[in-house]
Design a protein around this ligand. Structure first.
Ligand SMILES: *Cc1c(COP(=O)(O)O)cnc(C)c1O
Ligand SMILES: *[C@@H]1O[C@H](CO)[C@@H](O)[C@H](O)[C@H]1NC(C)=O
Length: 577
């Protein structure tokens, strides 16, 4: 105590001595300067992006100004753009693009002919089960029914409940049926959306507004596992939320709960888990996440977009599992996609809440608009009654038995493939597949080699990164006779080929590093079908330390989707035969 006093006294003396040389105004000035500098220093040191990451970014930024580097980058960007475009043009097989409205409307025959030939493009045999995920079921009878249903409802819009009460009724029924599948109480509620992303966006928006308006949180944050879907990042970017990505346990690939607890703060407005996640198909410990939510009084979202219509029928399919739904206290919302394992056509999903108080923050209401009192439940104003009716029809078509049967077949096929793969010692499976996704890695060779090999055999799998992997999302398409066996034998065959030279590099990676930009830029339409291009891009992307370049490349990839240039454009413009 004594010593502290003496210290304080000394400090005071020296400060007084220092300021003796200045008059009062100067003293105030210096003090303000020091305080502001300290605040700046604090803000500089403690930011969301770590100091190391920022230094890294600045270094790359400066490096990119160097003529040699910037030239190289420009060259690579041109090459990437060119490659993406060439690839897209190749996929379109030189078919002409419509770039202007036809002068006079087309006939029915003309339209159908054109749509049919557009839909013929593409070489993957998705109907034969060669593609991971993507199309979850295909059934000629159902397609016929849906076509008719869509036709009947195509002009309806639940934005006008007085004019189209039937569309509204069907939406309400889809929501209630889904709520009942997920053990929602009477209090539980929800809406349909246009897809999983919109469902997740809606949950994040609801919780942001709930936190701001009900709890007085000024800067809401969401805490999600790093394996959660990018729709959460999209929500953070759209809605100005801070987002914290919690690491996963490398063995189980499910969220590290201790880390999740650490990431929770006073500003957390939502925590989430996936049942299952997209990359590995593993299921986060939802009960434990819900317990965290209860403990800290934070809403908990379960993303069951991918596997909701599997997990909900697992009991009936005879597969025991822990609960992932509203039967767990603390789970406040669930997203489940009817357009994935619900087998409905694309454009539908359901977002569900345990209580109205959350849903009310999803709604947008504008009581003062000159156009009338406006209220809308989701992102869209006008909504497609036809899609709602088609989704409703799909649910009614399958019924509990239909879904339980599909679930059983899909899970059996998944198990069969998983067991077959586990017998191959050159590869491993990430974690324990929770439903229908199997992620494969290898410690012996670069796993993208397997992917490239399988692509040559007509398979289309999803690439994973950090760490490298590939996954197969098993759908009803894979349950057909012989598909699983064909997959396993193709994998075995490819591994044998790879093991002759297991240290080989992924095609794209080696190509890329030759750096012969000009030569590659010559790639032209008639270049051989090159199945490895996507894998090559991934191989390359992982080796680029500056992620902003990868971001730019992704933009060029998206640009290429909207390409409408080509040799025969004129044919359309001048109106043809
Ligand atoms: C597909 C998916 C989503 C997003 O759904 P979209 O319908 O593509 O918008 C969200 N979460 C998971 C786990 C998914 O697999
Ligand atoms: C919402 O709008 C998007 C695009 O604007 C559309 O694709 C989607 O079908 C719409 N959703 C519904 C339910 O109408």
């Amino acid at each position: 105590m004594e010593q502290v006093h003496i210290l304080l006294h000394c400090a005071r003396l020296s400060i007084n001595e220092f300021f003796d040389a200045y008059d009062s105004a100067e003293t105030v000035g210096i003090t303000v300067f020091i305080v502001l500098s300290l605040i700046w220093l604090k803000n500089f040191l403690f930011q969301e992006e770590s100091l190391a990451a920022r230094i890294n970014r600045v270094v790359f930024k400066v490096a990119k100004i160097l003529p040699a580097v910037s030239l190289k980058i420009e060259c690579e960007k041109k090459k990437a753009t060119n490659d993406f475009q060439t690839n897209m043009l190749r996929l379109h097989e030189g078919r002409p693009y419509v770039t202007h409205l036809p002068k006079t409307g087309w006939s029915r025959e003309r339209i159908l002919e054109e749509v049919k030939s557009n839909l013929k493009l593409g070489h993957y045999k998705w109907k034969e089960g060669y593609v991971s995920g993507c199309v979850y079921n295909l059934n000629d009878e159902l397609v016929k029914i849906l076509t008719e249903v869509y036709g009947l409802a195509s002009y309806t819009n639940p934005l006008h409940p007085d004019i189209f009460p039937g569309a509204c009724k069907m939406e309400a029924e889809v929501v209630r049926m889904t709520l009942n599948l997920f053990h929602g109480s009477e209090e539980a509620c929800g809406t349909m959306t246009s897809g999983g992303t919109e469902s997740i966006l809606m949950a994040c928006k609801s919780y942001r507004d709930y936190a701001v308006e009900e709890k007085g949180i000024k800067h809401p944050e969401i805490v999600i596992p790093v394996t959660a879907h990018p729709a959460f990042d999209k929500a953070a970017s759209y809605f100005g939320l801070r987002i914290k990505h919690v690491p996963v346990d490398p063995d189980t690939t499910t969220v590290d709960l201790k880390a999740m607890r650490r990431y929770i703060s006073r500003n957390t407005c939502m925590i989430a888990g996936s049942a299952p996640n997209f990359p590995y198909g593993t299921i986060d410990p939802i009960e434990d996440i819900a317990a965290l939510g209860r403990k800290y009084n934070i809403p908990v979202h379960v993303d069951s977009c991918l596997g909701g219509f599997i997990t909900a029928f697992m009991d009936k399919a005879g597969v025991s599992h822990p609960p992932y739904d509203f039967s767990i206290p603390g789970v406040t919302s669930i997203s489940a996609d009817t357009h994935k394992y619900g087998f409905a056509p694309k454009g539908s999903s359901v977002i569900m809440y345990s209580e109205k108080k959350f849903l009310h923050h999803q709604y947008c209401v504008f009581p003062d608009w000159p156009g009338g009192v406006y209220g809308s439940p989701t992102v869209n104003g006008s909504r497609a009654g036809g899609i709602i009716a088609a989704c409703w029809a799909t649910l009614m078509y399958f019924g509990v038995e239909g879904y339980a049967d599909a679930t059983k077949k899909i899970l059996q096929t998944t198990k069969y493939i998983e067991e077959g793969l586990r017998k191959m010692e050159e590869i491993f499976i990430f974690g324990k597949p929770g439903t229908s996704v199997i992620a494969i890695g290898s410690n012996v060779f670069h796993i993208y080699l397997l992917s490239e090999g399988l692509t040559k055999k007509g398979w289309n799998l999803n690439p994973l990164q950090f760490p490298c992997g590939i996954h197969l999302c098993v759908t009803y398409m894979h349950t057909a006779d012989g598909v699983a066996d064909k997959f396993l034998s193709d994998v075995r065959e490819e591994i044998e080929i790879i093991m002759k030279n297991p240290k080989a590099d992924v095609a794209g990676k080696t190509d890329h590093h030759t750096g012969l930009c000009e030569k590659q830029a010559e790639s032209s339409l008639d270049k051989q079908h090159e199945p490895s291009s996507l894998m090559a891009m991934y191989g390359m992307a992982q080796s680029i330390p500056d992620r902003s370049v990868v971001g730019d490349f992704t933009r060029y990839f998206l640009d290429a989707m909207y390409i409408t240039k080509g040799a025969n454009e004129e044919v359309y413009r001048n109106g043809f035969k």
